[in-house]
Design a protein around this ligand. Sequence first.
Ligand code: ADP
Length: 336
Amino acid sequence: MTFHKNSIKLAGLYLAIMMLISFFFSINIYQLSVQEFDRGLRRPEPALNIPGGPGFSIQIRDQLQQDRDQRYEDAKDRVVNRLLLVNLLILVSGGILSYFLALRTLKPIEEAHEAQSRFTADASHELRTPITAMRSENEVALMNPKLTLSQARQQIKSNIEELEKLTDLSDGLLRLARLENNNIKRDTIKISNLIAKAVDRAVPIAEKKNILITAQSDTAASVSGDESSLMEAIVILLDNAVKYSPAKSKVIVRAITKQKNVVIQVIDTGAGIKATELPHIFDRFYRADSSRSKQKITGYGLGLAIAKNIIEMHGGTVAADSKPGVGSTFTIVLPN
Ligand code: ADP
């Protein structure tokens, strides 16, 4: 509703500007035309030398003068009428044009605004859920007069777990906000080094599930960018590959040079992602149904959004290809 109101307001402003310009030109055209008519039609009639005496010639001269005055007035009226018609046409067509222009101008602003509101609502919801759970658990524990020391310890442990989740969430939110406001460093980074460092970071989590991460980096290529951010993006993909794969499976990370790009792929043989969910996994706070409910895998749906932001800031792209039950391949393409 406000969008519609604002569009009309902006269209009104556009139309007012158009009409102001149109009036300005109309007044000028009118003045110029009148000047021209003055020159052509309002010259006094020269004395006529007509046989029949001076009285007769004066009579004819006055008659001609009246004719000219009449034509002068008619010409002025015609100009005024034509200008009024043109202004009316501009008012109608300009009104329609202004409305569509206003819609076009406001649409991206409206979309950005909607995305911002959705983000705030999602973030508040994600923050609220653990806080509410923690609060009610604590209240129940407090109301229990026979609370034992071990129960109290258990409660504190559960509180700490929830607080850790909240810390992860606020870190993710902060990271996204910083990425949106920052310019990146431009160092030269060897891809093979980058992959090796990312694998080192992901190995401890993989080992917990007995998952083997293999790096195949057959490229001597380098990219320009911020090493720690790029590593963070690859670690996010590796962490996900481990998180959504069964124990004892394999994860491969490989890098190749293709034309003028470096292609980095993270391949797993895990749960996979449904075709209907694939287009949304890079959205902030999006979590596929399976990861939300059934398997109780922790996360807030911010990882892939952060990875995508990082890669796009480096002029690259990241995409996913997946088959449920077979596995997923995440592909990063970076300009070389
Ligand atoms: P999170 O893992 O915290 O839920 P992400 O933004 O990293 O958030 O991922 C979004 C969603 O994409 C996940 O919830 C999961 O459903 C899906 N996903 C991401 N990576 C994989 C993967 N390698 N295999 C299967 N599903 C994945």
